[in-house]
Design a protein around this ligand. Structure first.
Ligand SMILES: Cc1ncc(COP(=O)(O)O)c(C=O)c1O
Length: 330
């Protein structure tokens, strides 16, 4: 007989995800700690429903991920953008009354910098002292191109302060709408109730198929194979930026994910908004960093390589270079 099931999602997928994030990210989780969501966005929504009262302070990164900012604001939060430097979120700049901090430590969105270990520890200490919850969005860290990644906040946390959020949108497809969260024991029952109220549970047919995909090792294989491809594209973007835009754009150092950011080189004063528009007219989609800043616009570009063939990268950057004002071409 057809029946509804548990709000946490397909038990097989929860177990498979717990193993997967344990191996790939050293996240400490059993199947019972995992709640399957409709993408990372629903994970943020559930956290908002459970933890945010109208008027509560929520801190997000600046620049940061606009859907997260908008989501917390929709729950009535006072959302404050906290600056990001070369080590990640500036913990010293967090307002003292912050109830919840949304961060992307593995690959800061959109700058790409990983949060340093010192900053991770400082953020966890801060959360413990201020009674705040940290939402760690680990949306694309399966793709990493440097050395060993730093431990997630979730596995460094000793006080149950971190909700870890993952998604299949980058590894597989955004249209799958499958993400998940790993919550501390104290929040689990409330998050489960919030999920039940929102949509009872997700699509168990897709979740069951995904569980087999993960269990049979196909996800890990897919990530290994696509990592090689993305690494090649990333090298090609960096090489083309060096060849064609040195002196005008400086890539921000990063070692993960499917995009990178670049800032105007020192001394370069070009207005990047028309560059983005002209590049678009030439069939090249890049985003302005300013579009990810809600409070303090910063100049720069965000360049994705998830959707471009390796063979097209150099031509894409050539067209981007051609979109710069001629007077500035060296
Ligand atoms: C920072 C960040 N978090 C999460 C996601 C994925 O969200 P979802 O799982 O809702 O598709 C993205 C996708 O672009 C992202 O950039």
């Amino acid at each position: 007989m057809p029946a509804y099931t548990e709000p946490d999602g397909h038990p097989g997928l929860r177990a498979a995800l717990a193993r997967h994030v344990g191996v790939s990210r050293s996240v400490r989780a059993g199947a019972d700690d995992v709640l399957v969501t409709q993408g990372a966005q629903q994970a943020l929504d559930l956290v908002g429903r459970v933890l945010v009262e109208p008027g509560d302070r929520v801190a997000v990164e600046e620049p940061g991920y606009p859907p997260a900012r908008r989501l917390f604001r929709s729950h009535g939060a006072r959302v404050t953008g906290v600056p990001v430097d070369a080590e990640g979120l500036v913990v010293a700049a967090l307002p003292a009354d912050t109830r919840l901090v949304y961060v992307t430590p593995s690959h800061q969105f959109p700058l790409g910098v990983p949060m340093s270990l010192a900053r991770r520890t400082a953020l966890l200490d801060w959360a413990e002292r201020h009674g705040a919850v940290l939402v760690e969005d680990d949306y694309d860290s399966e793709y990493r191109f440097g050395g060993r990644p730093l431990e997630p906040l979730q596995s460094l946390d000793r006080h149950g302060r971190v909700v870890y959020v993952g998604s299949f949108s980058k590894t597989l497809l955004p249209m799958l709408r499958v993400g998940f969260l790993v919550a501390p024991a104290s929040l689990r029952s409330a998050l489960r109730t919030a999920k039940h109220l929102a949509d009872w549970h997700g699509d168990l047919t897709t979740q069951g198929a995904l569980a087999e995909f993960v269990d049979e090792g196909l996800l890990a294989r897919h990530i290994r194979r696509t990592s090689r491809e993305y690494a090649a594209r990333r090298r090609a973007v960096l090489a083309a930026l060096r060849d064609r835009l040195a002196g005008r754009l400086d890539p921000v150092p990063s070692a993960a994910g499917l995009h990178l950011a670049a800032r105007p080189a020192p001394g370069s004063r070009v207005d990047l908004a028309p560059v983005v528009a002209r590049a678009g007219e030439r069939g090249v989609a890049v985003a302005s960093l300013a579009g990810y800043c809600a409070e303090r616009p910063r100049p720069g570009l965000v360049i994705g390589y998830g959707g471009i063939a390796l063979a097209d990268v150099d031509e894409g950057i050539r067209r981007l270079a051609a979109a710069f004002p001629p007077a500035l071409l060296g």
